[in-house]
Ligand binder design. Structure first.
Ligand code: KIV
Length: 270
């Protein structure tokens, strides 16, 4: 018998999905309109990602985006979402220095936006901050592998966990996050063999982006999936549309109609 669709996704639902073998779908959104469209398309998790720094604000990295800006995006997304779990990235600089500050940042996101959970990049080095947030009753999603907020430390967006010591550390970190009580963990750009090993040895839902198929779910940036961006072409990205050229064609037609006085026509006037 076909199972009825979930009415509202919670952190508990995600763990049930993992254990029943139902894959988890996750996409980013940063505004009301996109959030409503993807929620109505039955996405399981909406991530208000700090990738807003790139695709919305036009910055080169995720480093500059502020807590106030993340809350602004999250508020618009929360208003639109009726079914999915809404997770918000804690931006760079709002949780690394001390656990008290991390908790204050997470509380601001939860109180001011109405989101359901926060996501933090990093492993054992931020474990005190993660514990503090979880102990306050705020669900935390981890993010390991490629962690774009640390781009200046690594200097490249290349695959992580490719050598033995980095792979071992990654596995240790996922285990640590699980022990701390994170409800799920994003694994970004790591070899699928390593994801498989991590999946075997841990129990929390693992959401991959460039981490192969041996994980419990997948996440992409909505602008990449729709082909709004065209300069970012990693191997893991599947574009479902080419909206960049579709929109350009539409705008060019509009410009031409305005110039040639074909818009507006009689029916479009009062
Ligand atoms: O900010 C973001 O969009 C993310 C995803 C790529 C996982 O963290």
């Amino acid at each position: 018998m076909k199972k009825a669709p979930y009415r509202r996704i919670t952190t508990k639902t995600l763990s049930e999905m993992k254990h029943e073998g139902e894959k988890i779908s996750m996409l980013t959104a940063y505004d009301f309109t996109f959030a409503r469209i993807i929620d109505e398309s039955n996405i399981d998790i909406v991530l208000v990602g700090d990738s807003a720094s790139n695709v919305i604000a036009g910055n080169e990295t995720t480093v500059p985006i502020t807590l106030d800006e993340m809350i602004y995006h999250a508020k618009s997304v929360v208003k639109a979402v009726k079914r999915a779990l809404v997770v918000v990235d804690l931006p760079f600089g709002t949780y690394q220095s001390d656990p008290q500050e991390a908790l204050r940042s997470a509380i601001r996101i939860m109180k001011e936006s109405g989101a359901h959970a926060v996501k933090l990049e990093g492993g054992s080095e931020i474990s005190d901050s993660i514990s503090k947030i979880i102990n306050a009753g705020i669900p935390v999603m981890g993010h390991l592998g490629l962690t774009p907020q640390s781009i200046y430390k690594f200097g490249t967006y290349s695959v992580r966990g490719a050598d033995k010591s980095e792979a071992n550390q990654l596995l240790k970190d996922v285990k640590k996050l699980e022990k701390l009580g994170c409800f799920a963990c994003v694994l970004e750009k790591i070899p699928s063999k390593l994801s498989k090993k991590i999946h075997k040895e841990t129990n929390i839902p693992l959401i991959g982006i460039g981490a192969g198929d041996a994980v419990d779910g997948q996440v992409l940036v909505i602008h990449d999936l729709l082909g709004l961006t065209n300069e970012f072409n990693p191997r893991f990205l599947r574009r479902y549309l080419d909206l960049n050229s579709t929109i350009k064609k539409a705008v060019k037609r509009y410009v031409s109609d305005v110039k040639s006085k074909k818009f507006p026509n009689k029916k479009e006037m009062y």
